[in-house]
Design a protein around this ligand. Sequence first.
Ligand SMILES: Cc1cc2nc3c(=O)[nH]c(=O)nc-3n(C[C@H](O)[C@H](O)[C@H](O)COP(=O)(O)OP(=O)(O)OC[C@H]3O[C@@H](n4cnc5c(N)ncnc54)[C@H](O)[C@@H]3O)c2cc1C
Length: 459
Amino acid sequence: MSVPRTIVVGGGLAGLSAAHTLLEHGKNVLLLDKMPSLGGNSVKASSGINGAGTAPQQALDIQDSVEVFFADTAASAGPDLARPALITALTANSAGAIAWLAGTFGVDLSVVSRLGGHTAARTHRDPGGAPGWTITSALMKRLTADTARAEIVKSARVVRLLEDAGSVVGVEYEAGGALVEARGTVVLATGGYAADFRPGGLLAQHRPELLPLSTTNGEHATGDGARLATALARPAGLCDLDQVQVHPTGFVDPARPDAKTKFLAAEALRGAGALLLDAHGARFVDEVGRRDVVTAAMQAAAGPVRLVLGTAAAEEVRSHCGFYASKGLMKRYADAAAFAADTGIPLESIRATFASYSSYASGAEMDPFARATFRNASYTAEEPLHVAIITPVVHYTMGGLAVDAHARVLTADSATPIPGLFAAGEVIGGVHGRNRLAGSSLLEAVVFGRLAGEGAAKA
Ligand SMILES: Cc1cc2nc3c(=O)[nH]c(=O)nc-3n(C[C@H](O)[C@H](O)[C@H](O)COP(=O)(O)OP(=O)(O)OC[C@H]3O[C@@H](n4cnc5c(N)ncnc54)[C@H](O)[C@@H]3O)c2cc1C
């Protein structure tokens, strides 16, 4: 008897995590992706993946717990939109997710940093500083090698879910100009809608004021999963579609300042101690505060806003800086005088900002923006500086398909599971409420990908 095949739609980290979990449970997999290569936005992730109570944290003597991670996530989600069952699934499975990536795929996630909104250092990355690529490519490599049990079809856009008596029983996809049907339980892992700028698209419907902004997302992020599952005879529910994360730090490329897709200045830069300065050379916010808070402060500040790294901070994220400089997104100045001369910011303002920042960092004075942690805090006017112009960009969509804590897609009318349909990753909604914490999306992809894989294997 042939082994039943489960269909995974989307080859980013969520889809790959689901696919590997299905293989672990003895199932065969058909993975479809509409793009010519796998990886989605997952390969772009640059800050890392969260976990509480992990082996790398223990090795670094970092105190953390699932309870504290839960509390941070719930606070960020907001009292009205925090969903305890989903947050519990995310946080309680986080250490297991890191252990799975390290143990099964040999991914080195030994560097741990504390990013905005987190009470503890819990965002894990590889020493090379490209966690999205390192993690996702390890999963892709292994799946691609398993030709006996995993079939991967690229440039295959799923256009319809097949139904039978209220259950999802397969998909219809377009490939090479033909429509093809495939039968099996379905895991949707199609990512979010942060690049859905189309007239009538999800951003236009739910956050039209964001349409003029650029995005950090690849062109695939057009909300396909939401459209597929809401087209069912008994449609799937959606939640929080108006909750769209604008990231404060998209790079403005001096060669293409109006480009619709922008590189992200990784959260890790601010985690390493980067300052944000306005057009007058003054700070205006706690740089490691939550993304929504930092974005609002930037929009109120005198622009252009610049991200500035001193020598110690730049050293901590050396590979990031080298990459951004190679793309023409970041400039290195020999000292503050050179920075001032190039930008027109008065040198005295920069000196004053550095001096007051040192005083806040040493505890001699209170930071007026209530910054509490100061990493690599020494800034002098004499040291080399790495500088980039930044702007807020559409980055992540918190809203999506309504699911339960087992990654089962729920109906819109009765919030009951739709037989045969699971979802994981950015396509799902509700895990992060109003605001996703940095590092929690790769985690969502792995945790809910694993849950979806498990559920689909048993379905
Ligand atoms: C620049 C950048 C940096 C980031 N950094 C971090 C970070 O450091 N930490 C963190 O936690 N998060 C980060 N994020 C967010 C995170 O990367 C994503 O939210 C996450 O990777 C989403 O994973 P996914 O598998 O759900 O979707 P994706 O990785 O986007 O994959 C979705 C896949 O589905 C395919 N697809 C879509 N529609 C169809 C269809 N109809 N048929 C077939 N295939 C389809 C797409 O082609 C794509 O390959 C970052 C995002 C960006 C853009």
